[in-house]
Design a protein around this ligand. Structure first.
Ligand code: FE2
Length: 304
C-alpha cells in the first residue's frame, strides 16, 4: 500500500498516522471529515447507552473536583450544560464564543499535529465526536468526547488560558517548520494535559488528562509517589514523559499568566538551547529531580 503523506495536515479520508498512539490506527470515520479534519457531530447516532456513559463519567469526575481541581475549572464546568446527555457542540460553542472567542469543532478522532495546530491557532478546539464503549469506562486509549469536552473545554472559558492555547497552536505551526514539534509536544503534555497549579489552598490540577481521569486526579495532587517541580520551560522541554502510567513528574505553575508569559517569546532560540543542552547532558528521565530544583510536596490526602 503506498504511504500516505499526512504532514500537510489535509484529510485524505482515512485514519491518519499520529504520534503517541498504539499499534492500530485511530478509530473514527475519517471519510466523513472535511479537508481540515473537522466533521459534523452526528448527534442522532448516539445511543442511549452512549449518553448514559457520558452521564456516569461526568458524575464520577464532578464529585472529585473539590480540593483537587483548580477554581477556574470548577467554576466553568457547568458551561458544558446538563450532564444528562452528550452536549451539542454548537450549543457549547455559542457560550464559548461569547466568553473567549473560541469554538469547538467535531473531529473523527486523533488528527495530525499540523491540522491540530492550525485549528488551535484559529481558536477552534477539536473534539472527538465518539464516546468510549462501556467496557472502556475506566480507561480508553485515545481521547474520546468525554476527555476532550470535560477535560479541555472548561478552561477555554478562562481568557488567559484561552490565549495560551491559541499561542500554542501558532507556535506549533512554526515548530513544525523548525522540526521542533517533539519539544513543543512536551510543553502540551506537561501543561495542557498534566499541569498542576499552586494556589494558597494547595496544589490543584488544571491539565485535561488529569481532570478527565478517575484515578490520576487524586494521585497527581496528593500522592507522595510523584515528583512535582516548578515550571521551567527549558527543563520541561528536556523531560521525557510516560504514556502508559500515571505521570512520574508534574510541572507546577504559579498562575496562568506565568504560563502565558513564559511561552510568549519566540521559541526559535529556546529550541536551539534545549537541543544543545540535550546533546551535552542528555534528556531528563520522567521522575528525575535536578539539584537545587524547586519542588512541591503533595497535598495532604483529601477526605473521601
Ligand atoms: Fe487531551
Amino acid at each position: 500500500m503506498p504511504a500516505v503523506d499526512f504532514h500537510d495536515g489535509v484529510n485524505k479520508g482515512v485514519a491518519p498516522v499520529t504520534y503517541g498512539t498504539g499499534s492500530r490506527p485511530p478509530r473514527g470515520d475519517y471519510a466523513k471529515a472535511r479537508a481540515d479534519y473537522t466533521c459534523e457531530q452526528a448527534y442522532a447516532q448516539y445511543t442511549e447507552a452512549d449518553h448514559e456513559t457520558y452521564r456516569r463519567l461526568y458524575t464520577r469526575q464532578l464529585q472529585q473536583l473539590p480540593g483537587l481541581a483548580c477554581d477556574e475549572f470548577i467554576s466553568a464546568v457547568q458551561q458544558l450544560g446538563t450532564p444528562e446527555h452528550i452536549p451539542h457542540f454548537d450549543e457549547v460553542s455559542e457560550r464559548l464564543l461569547i466568553a473567549t472567542g473560541w469554538q469547538i469543532v467535531g473531529v473523527p478522532g486523533l488528527i495530525p499535529e499540523e491540522a491540530f495546530f492550525a485549528l488551535l491557532a484559529a481558536r477552534k478546539f477539536p473534539v472527538t465526536d465518539w464516546i468510549r464503549k462501556p467496557e472502556e469506562f475506566d480507561y480508553v486509549v485515545e481521547p474520546d468526547v468525554f476527555h476532550d469536552l470535560f477535560g479541555h473545554v472548561p478552561l477555554l472559558f478562562n481568557p488567559v488560558f484561552a490565549d495560551y492555547m491559541q499561542a500554542y497552536g501558532a507556535g506549533g505551526m512554526k515548530a513544525s517548520r523548525l522540526d521542533a514539534a517533539e519539544l513543543l509536544a512536551r510543553l502540551y503534555w506537561y501543561t495542557v494535559e498534566f499541569g498542576l497549579i499552586a494556589t494558597p489552598q494547595g496544589l490543584r490540577a488544571y491539565g485535561a488528562g488529569i481532570l478527565s481521569s478517575a484515578g490520576e486526579l487524586r494521585h497527581s495532587v496528593t500522592s507522595p509517589q510523584a515528583e512535582r517541580v516548578a515550571f521551567d520551560l527549558q527543563r520541561l522541554m528536556r523531560s521525557r514523559y510516560t504514556i502508559d502510567s500515571y505521570q512520574a513528574t508534574y510541572f507546577v505553575i504559579d498562575s496562568f499568566d506565568q504560563l502565558f508569559e513564559a511561552t510568549a517569546p519566540d521559541f526559535t532560540p529556546v529550541y536551539r538551547q534545549v537541543r544543545d543542552r540535550i546533546a551535552v547532558e542528555g534528556e531528563i528521565a520522567a521522575g528525575a529531580v535536578l539539584a537545587g530544583e524547586r519542588r512541591f510536596s503533595a497535598n495532604p490526602p483529601a477526605r473521601g
